[in-house]
Design a protein around this ligand. Structure first.
Ligand code: GLN
Length: 415
């Protein structure tokens, strides 16, 4: 399935058009040859094909908050239907600046430090395109959200992976080796991508871990690009800390976030990048020529969403805690070893009990024969062998959806 080929790859050379099977290949970009389509999105298509319960792609199957939907309807009815300012509607940028002040104690200039994009996905690739030069390296913790690989390839940067190691016991945490992280930093390092709360592991980076990463960024003059899209989805008393809020990091951090996960509107495609003025100017240029802007009426709804009361966020996290604690026992009973997430809405599992040669054949069996779609672990690793005994479940679903998945999973056989 999807893999980024990080070596220079086979690339079309010679005269491929003479070979019937590669006719037309010479029209394609070498970069595009170095990765395949997203496995996460492919698994949603497979779920639809086989009528499986979709616990693969991370999108809610329940309603977005009524106030947020009404705000979007009112914006459309009120004729907010032409382009917003390319770097984002003023109301939304003001709301983002205000809330980053409330949540992280950061003082932002919404005129100079925020770019609204088509989802945090676009915010990430616009950022990488805005900062990367040929030969630059970008450090990525692994397992990683699969977009970061192709994002790096498309922007010409070379990813360098640092392992997150799974907990040994049930209540433990994913950890990284300090020495391995230090070894990944050198004179070619441009940036480190950090996703906390983390997809797919559910790890929430602690202050001590963030400070360690901060110290390396300062020592090696490296930028931090942080994907904080699961900021409000936290369990077991964990705390989300923005890298930008740490001493010394304000000037070297791009903070990426969006509406998708916090307000259950993944299809709206409204996200943003927050960065110091010079970096923001570069991101804005890339963003403008890539997409011009995110949907204008949905940005107005975003301004309303960011004004929801603190109870909304508490309920959101509690709802996901209940879903986690609903799905995990069912997975354990079916034979999965679960790595308990502390944030975000995925659970990574170990599938060794089922005796399959790899995650892809297991995921195929699950979606076709059992009727549950998951994401094969290998799509979160550079070397597919590292994820060959893992699959990821998304639990951002209604209780009845989780019950149906649990019922189907009882048909799984262990070996
Ligand atoms: N973040 C979600 C996931 O990992 C999906 C995001 C997307 O498909 N754009 O499943």
């Amino acid at each position: 399935m999807s893999k980024v080929q990080l070596a220079s790859g086979p690339g079309p050379r010679g005269n491929p058009s003479r070979h019937p099977s590669s006719r037309g290949k010479h029209f394609l970009s070498d970069k595009v040859e170095r990765f395949t389509e997203s496995v996460i999105r492919e698994m949603t298509r497979q779920a639809m094909l086989y009528g499986a319960v979709n616990l693969a792609q991370g999108f809610p199957d329940f309603s977005a908050p009524a106030e947020v939907k009404i705000a979007a309807q009112q914006a459309v009815a009120g004729d907010v239907n032409q382009y917003a300012i390319t770097w984002g509607a003023k109301n939304l940028r003001n709301a983002i600046a205000r809330q980053m002040g409330v949540w992280q104690g950061l003082t932002l200039d919404p005129e100079k430090e925020i770019t609204v994009c088509c989802g945090s996905t676009e915010a990430m690739i616009s950022t990488l395109l805005a900062v990367s030069n040929a030969g630059d390296e970008v450090i990525v913790f692994e397992p990683f959200y699969e977009n970061y690989g192709p994002d790096a390839v498309l922007s010409g940067a070379r990813p360098r992976f640092v392992k997150l190691r799974p907990p040994k016991d049930n209540g433990g945490e994913w950890t990284f080796d300090e020495k391995e992280l230090r070894r990944a930093f050198d004179k070619h390092t441009k940036a480190i991508i950090l996703n906390t709360p983390n997809n797919p592991t559910g790890k929430v980076f602690t202050r001590a871990e963030l400070e360690l990463i901060r110290d390396l960024c300062l020592e090696f003059d490296v930028l931090a690009i942080t994907d904080e899209i699961y900021e409000h989805i936290l369990y077991d008393g964990t705390e989300h800390i923005s890298m930008a809020a740490l001493d010394g990091m304000r000037e070297r951090t791009v903070t990426i976030n969006g509406m998708s996960k916090t307000y259950s509107v993944t299809g709206w495609r409204v996200g943003w990048a927050v960065a110091p003025e010079k970096i923001t100017n570069a991101i804005r240029k890339v963003h403008d020529f890539l997409t011009v802007g995110a949907p204008a009426p949905l940005q107005e709804a975003g301004a309303a969403a960011l004004g929801l009361s603190p109870e909304y966020y508490a309920k959101l996290a509690e709802g996901y805690r209940a879903r986690r604690d609903h799905l995990m026992p069912a997975l354990t009973a079916a034979g999965f070893k679960c790595f308990r997430p502390r944030g975000a809405y995925y659970v990574m599992t170990d599938i060794s009990a089922f005796g399959f040669k790899d995650d892809v054949s297991f995921a195929k069996h699950l979606v076709r024969d059992i009727g549950v779609a998951t994401v094969p672990g290998s799509s979160f690793y550079n070397d597919p062998r590292d994820g060959a005994q893992q699959v990821r479940f998304a639990f951002c679903k209604k209780p009845e959806t989780l019950d149906e998945a649990a019922r189907r999973l009882t048909r799984l056989r262990r070996h």
